[in-house]
Design a protein around this ligand. Structure first.
Ligand code: PLP
Length: 397
């Protein structure tokens, strides 16, 4: 009998993590690699949040908490949804999880049966397709090309819907492209969803604060939509708290209760300490988050200029998150000595091994002509990365 279950063979390891592993291996050999492959802010967690966690430890807040989160945190999230997003989720419609990733997985487990289709605009965050496959759901991809700034249209959405469509899963601001759906663009999608009330929208808003084009718009805030939307968010990106593992969702009550039930048999509540820290994050000063966003915006401009100076790249214009997703197809089919570069993955490995810059192949995000470049790194490192990319790419003939 085979040792491993089929589901293990059906999914891939995230290439974001795989690339980082490769970069670390080179670094362990003493090679100085500029790592632009990871999706996490390079800032420290703000002090007032750390203080709340330290106080929680000192006060022995170290026991199991209610599965869906401590009441004061669910209340703080409920207020956050209302104040920031115009969303009316009561505390009992909120489930706190071990990261937004866990909140998405809970949602998928709660609503997707084998054979149900989940519509995913492409490029998409690496884990979406694999999470759907883990529950024997069927990911249905809609291609959003660069000349649409990687956003789908209402017409494309309509065409992808079948009687088996159960959910639509997307992020805005988007990982990997940084694209942000405007209010008008969301309104067009909303019209389609209203005609198809059997489809749940899973709206991943983890990059909410890292938005350079004005206030974030939640799709659940459109009139008549909230009962059709599960809103996912968390502290990882906006508060530089990736390691604290705290995410959450707001959902129609039945779905929230289902997520709580699943989580109760799976992981239970997330860390009690992180929950206390999260209360401080959500109710305290947003100043550190705002200055982080300003730094990202400055770096984005810097990177845009740097990437524009590299021949052959076609750059997108990210409006949020901290990624560029340039089209690199100009370099496909070129060679370095005997080594030919046939795919974005080949190019990515070449840039790592020859240029000592680590990024992620677009293939991981459903687009084989692009690379994802994270600019969550210091100015100095970004400068070095652009120079290295330029000189490594110039060697390809
Ligand atoms: N959603 C998107 C689009 C992400 O990019 C990430 C992390 O990279 C997550 C969710 C997961 O976030 P968390 O750290 O809260 O699990």
């Amino acid at each position: 009998m085979e040792a491993l279950a089929n589901r293990v063979h059906n999914i891939n390891e995230p290439q974001t993590i795989a690339m980082s592993k490769k970069a670390r291996e080179l670094m362990a050999k003493g090679i100085d690699v500029v790592n632009l492959s990871l999706g996490e802010p390079d800032f420290e967690t703000p002090q007032h949040i750390k203080d709340a966690a330290i106080a929680a430890i000192t006060q022995n807040f170290s026991y199991y908490t209610p599965v869906a989160g401590i009441p004061e945190l669910r209340e703080a999230i409920s207020q956050k949804f209302l104040n920031d997003n115009g969303l009316h989720y009561a505390p009992d419609q909120i489930v706190v999880s071990t990261g937004a990733k866990h909140a998405i997985m809970n949602t998928i487990m709660a609503i997707i049966n084998a054979g149900d289709e989940v519509i995913i605009p492409t490029p998409y965050w690496v884990s979406y397709s694999e999470m759907v496959k883990l529950v024997d759901g069927v990911p249905v991809f809609i291609a959003a090309p660069l000349d649409q700034n990687f956003k789908i249209t209402a017409g494309q959405l309509k065409a992808a819907i079948t009687p088996k469509s159960k959910a639509f899963l997307f992020s805005s601001p988007c990982n990997p492209t940084g694209s942000v759906y405007s209010k008008e663009e969301l309104q067009e999608l909303v019209e389609v969803f209203k005609q198809n009330p059997q489809i749940y929208v899973i709206s991943d808003e983890i990059y909410e604060y890292i938005n350079f084009v004005g206030k974030h718009v939640s799709i659940g805030s459109f009139e008549g939509m909230q009962d059709q939307v599960i809103t996912i968010n968390g502290l990882s990106k906006g508060f530089a708290m990736t390691g604290w593992r705290l995410g959450y969702l707001g959902a129609p009550k039945e779905i929230a209760q289902a997520c709580e039930k699943i989580q109760s048999q799976y992981t239970s509540a997330t860390s009690s300490i992180s929950q206390k820290a999260a209360v401080a994050a959500l109710t305290g000063s947003k100043e550190p988050s705002l200055s982080m966003v300003k730094a990202f915006e400055r770096r984005k401009k810097f990177m845009a200029e740097g990437l524009a100076s590299i021949p052959g790249l076609i750059n997108n214009n990210p409006e949020g998150a901290f990624y560029f997703f340039p089209d690199i197809s100009f370099y496909l089919g070129k060679k370095f000595g005997n080594q030919s570069i046939e795919t974005a993955t080949d190019l990515c490995l070449y840039l790592l091994n020859e240029g000592h810059v680590s990024m992620v192949t677009g293939e991981a995000f459903g687009n084989p002509n692009c690379l994802r470049i994270s600019y969550a790194a210091s100015d100095e490192k970004l400068k070095m990365a652009v120079e290295r990319m330029k000189s490594a790419l110039a060697k390809l003939v």
